[in-house]
Write a protein that binds this ligand. Structure first.
Ligand code: AHR
Length: 336
């Protein structure tokens, strides 16, 4: 644990450097009057705020790492830049935080800074996405999603859909809107879907393009693809935000989407707005990616505090949503 006044000063400096979320700045000030509480200090490097899913993921750590739960959290938003995350981690190390939580924007390039955290004996817990490092001891645990399996689920759904429609022998043209280049969520979903697509000679992947997990890019890239290909049957969009943009572009081009439309839409995340579109038949299927990871990470920290062993990987539970299982109950329960 470290003295909170020191943290307060460094937190404010970090805030200027990296743009901390407002709520955290408020918490920092609140803590000024509560010096030297025995709180666990956690530095969280969030990769950005590109999507509705990401907002929910940030809220889940804000809800888990509260003072009431025994934590003092320093949260830094890297705005999609790995260099900002590296700077934030170095700041956390110099503040001697107790734990670092890292949601890595990309998979590679983490060895040096993770080695620095290891030498400072600060456990690093990865959130949501994974890192590609040869030395697995550079992080303590990962709480996230199995993105390869998510990609496979999308492929398996399409297989079953084609069989149900008695169209499994028909040629289909697919375009893929990929997330951020180099991100494990993007790499995994692409690989998982490709494994299934590779089994079908009549599935033609016309093109796979990066669209950064954002609405804006999703729309821009989809517009381009619609100009280039007149015969797209299926859009695989690796998150709901890109899907929202893509659907706008498709509709503006005069084509229709979903269950009764001419382009089948496969999406990932399953945020509330997207599930409403699944219920309405606009999105055919949504492969869930669960952003509620803060509580799991808090549980891991509690185990570590008690000197207990933890697993290397924890995958959160995830479902596949179609019109058939998006009930009113599911919609009511979806808080993000
Ligand atoms: O890493 C998880 C992905 O990142 C989510 O699918 C996406 O919405 C987010 O931006």
């Amino acid at each position: 644990m470290v003295l909170l006044p020191t943290i307060l000063i460094l937190t404010i400096m970090l805030g200027w450097g990296f743009g901390l979320f407002t709520k955290i700045e408020e918490e920092s000030y609140a803590s000024e009057t509560n010096e030297e509480e025995n709180l666990i200090v956690v530095g969280v490097s969030q990769l950005g705020s590109e999507s509705g899913w990401r907002t929910a993921n940030t809220e889940s750590v804000q809800m888990a790492f509260t003072k009431q739960n025994g934590y003092f959290m320093i949260l830094s938003n890297a705005r999609q830049k790995q260099e900002n995350q590296i700077k934030a981690i170095r700041n956390f190390i110099s503040q001697r935080v107790d734990y670092i939580v890292l949601a890595p924007v990309v998979e590679s390039g983490w060895e040096t800074v993770l080695q620095e955290a290891k030498e400072a004996e600060i456990p690093v817990i990865l959130m949501d996405r994974s890192v590609d490092v040869a030395d697995q001891s550079l992080y303590t645990a990962l709480v996230g999603t199995d993105s390869v399996e998510e990609g496979r689920k999308a492929g398996r759904w399409l297989e079953e859909y084609m069989i149900k429609k008695r169209m499994s022998d028909r040629d289909i043209n697919i375009v893929v809107l990929k997330g951020t280049e180099g991100a494990s969520a993007q790499i995994g979903r692409t690989a998982g879907f490709s494994i299934i697509a590779g089994k079908h000679n009549n599935w033609h992947i016309l093109e796979q393009r990066y669209a950064d997990f954002t609405i804006y890019k999703g729309k821009e890239v989809m517009k381009d693809l619609l100009k280039k290909y007149k015969d797209i049957d299926v859009v695989v969009s690796q998150n709901d935000d890109m899907t929202f943009g893509a659907i706008e572009a498709i509709r503006e081009s005069g084509r229709t989407v979903g269950v009764n439309g001419d382009i089948t839409i496969i999406s990932f995340d399953a945020v509330h707005n997207a599930l409403e579109m699944v219920a309405d038949g606009v999105i055919n299927v949504d492969i869930e990616c669960n952003p509620n990871q803060g509580e799991y990470i808090s549980d891991i920290i509690r185990l570590l505090e008690n000197g207990q062993e933890v697993e290397k990987r924890y995958y959160v539970e995830e479902d596949v949503f179609t019109m058939e299982n998006v009930t009113q109950e599911v919609l009511n329960g979806r808080t993000y």
